[in-house]
Design a protein around this ligand. Sequence first.
Ligand SMILES: NC(=O)c1ccc[n+]([C@@H]2O[C@H](COP(=O)([O-])OP(=O)(O)OC[C@H]3O[C@@H](n4cnc5c(N)ncnc54)[C@H](O)[C@@H]3O)[C@@H](O)[C@H]2O)c1
Length: 414
Amino acid sequence: MAKNDREKNVRTQTTGPIGVALIGTKFMGRAHSTAWGKCAQFFDLRRAPAMKVVAGRNPEETNAFAAKWGWEHSTTNWRDILSNPEVELVDVSTPNHLHAEMSIACLEAGKHVACEKPLAGTLADAKKMVLAARAAAKKGVRTFVWYNYRRCPAVALAHRMVKEGRLGRIFHVRASYLQDWGGPDTPLLWRFQGDLAGSGAHGDLNAHIIDMARFITGDEITEVVGSIEETFVKERAVVANAGGEISGKGAKSTASGKKAGKSTVDDAVLFLARFKQGAVASFEATRLATGNQNRNNIEINGEKGSLKFDFERMNELQWWDHTLDPKLRGWSRIMCTDGSHPYAGHYWPAAHLIGYEHGFISQAADISAMVAGGSPVVSMPDFEDALKTQCVLEAAIRSARERRPVPIRELDKF
Ligand SMILES: NC(=O)c1ccc[n+]([C@@H]2O[C@H](COP(=O)([O-])OP(=O)(O)OC[C@H]3O[C@@H](n4cnc5c(N)ncnc54)[C@H](O)[C@@H]3O)[C@@H](O)[C@H]2O)c1
């Protein structure tokens, strides 16, 4: 099919299933396959996704993955997708250094792109992706970024409460994303290689809490005031296949006795920042906080009240109402599973808890609704939006390396 016909095809198609292709078959490959497969069951979608093709690297594994997770076809050449007229949207779930090349090629082929976070490993790549997204947008082609935590009912509720003015003026944002799988025994996965990942805990984890802080407050970070970047484990065991599960599960057993390679990313980054409307903020990301396995954690203090969220108790939002009579004030635990909470009504009855995959299912549903001309339940980051998070990531790294405050306006120009 000629390029112009493909573009026309995308612009004019408004009915029937949305043909989806996925690139990447491991951690996010599984999470996203669940999401595309289940979203039309939990949500009433005008156009449901159809799982057309999955791209991986190993033919047997990719074939088996397709059969197991419900993809019609598999390929080991992701570029096959570009000329496939059945594919309207491409889901890029590969390591960070591939996001730009894959997303830009797909946008140029007239496909909508849903790319994993961080938008890219580097700010330069992220800007190239935004330029491609701007050009594609003129032809009706859209972009989406998998900042999935926005779609946890508790996080979406926090966003709505701030929007309703329940916190009043915001003074503090205190966010940390703490994991503990990155100790010295964890091998040199792609996540520890700067040329593939861009950064370590920073782009992996701070990216999420920067996005969450921006989303919940509805405000933008204007300056990173100071930052620390630390690599505790300088060398890690080299393994044959550095892809795979997040903790290098499976790779661990093959690591002993093999040669060591240099880790070229941070293990932890902590920084302080200012928001446009005056709030001050702290962010911390680490893979070495033993005892914290996936503690994506944010607290916001406003003049009328405070909110706390911790992903390890993802169904709950803590709320302090400072407008109450002082003798009645106390933290209340909102179980965000009621039909009136964002997204929750699509799943189970109250207090029948949801889990990790539901944020992805809700995001796949919102993406499908948007491709069909509808609106998401809460705002959806596109490439342009995710660039703002990428600029904050870059500002924190510059601040740590150059030991100075870094204003965002230094970075966001093209
Ligand atoms: N939203 C989230 O919460 C979240 C969580 C984890 C990871 N991520 C992001 O998702 C992306 C992927 O991470 P992951 O944990 O799934 O990594 P992973 O190592 O588990 O999987 C990466 C996949 O990419 C495939 N791949 C690599 N090069 C390829 C190529 N040239 N062609 C086709 N496939 C190729 C690998 O075969 C593998 O299937 C990263 O950008 C990461 O930051 C997001």
